[in-house]
Design a protein around this ligand. Structure first.
Ligand code: S3P
Length: 169
């Protein structure tokens, strides 16, 4: 274990980055950050509001600023927004400063977990399955380019996912 290295969780919406990230932080007694929450707290509005006023690109610029800020901190655990890997600057900052864990699970599981969600603008579509499938196709290579470790967070119990990540770390 590289004691002071950060841990970053990447992956599509609804794969469990925040849940697993909080458990990892607790196990390691490290500060936990959720990049989406840091953006919301700093602006005082939620993600859908940011998307509606500034568009996705406005949100991505804010996300980039937060990723750059948080990756400069030592010894943290961070859950990133699912699209944080789109920008090359973010992929580089994540890779350079931490152990990057790619959480993945089936689209069915993501659809089930997000079925009552109102906070993810990209899922506000007539066909969320198709949206998730195309996001996965576009992003899988980006997640893989960043990841030090990939793990299925859909079929394993959370405890096992956390334990396995800690063994790899
Ligand atoms: C997004 C994922 C969301 C949030 C925003 C955009 C994406 O974060 O950053 O709605 O592009 O996949 P979660 O992955 O935490 O849901």
């Amino acid at each position: 274990m590289k004691k002071l290295e950060n841990i970053y969780l990447i992956g599509l919406m609804g794969v469990g980055k925040t849940t697993i990230g909080k458990q990892l932080a607790k196990a390691l007694q490290r500060p936990f950050y959720d990049s989406d929450k840091v953006i919301e707290d700093s602006m005082g509005v939620d993600i859908p509001t940011i998307f509606s006023y500034e568009g996705e690109e406005g949100f991505r610029l804010r996300e980039q600023a937060v990723i750059q800020q948080l990756t400069a901190l030592p010894g943290i655990v961070m859950a990133t927004g699912g699209g944080s890997v789109i920008k090359a600057e973010n992929r580089e900052a994540l890779k350079a400063s931490g152990f990057v864990v790619y959480l993945h699970c089936s689209i069915d599981k993501i659809l089930y977990r997000t079925r009552h969600d109102t906070q993810r603008p990209l899922l506000r579509t007539d066909n969320p399955r198709q949206r998730l499938q195309s996001l996965l196709v576009a992003r899988e290579p980006l997640y893989m380019a960043c990841a030090d470790f990939k793990i299925d967070s859909g079929s394993l119990p959370g405890k096992t996912v956390v334990k396995t990540i800690l063994q790899q770390y």
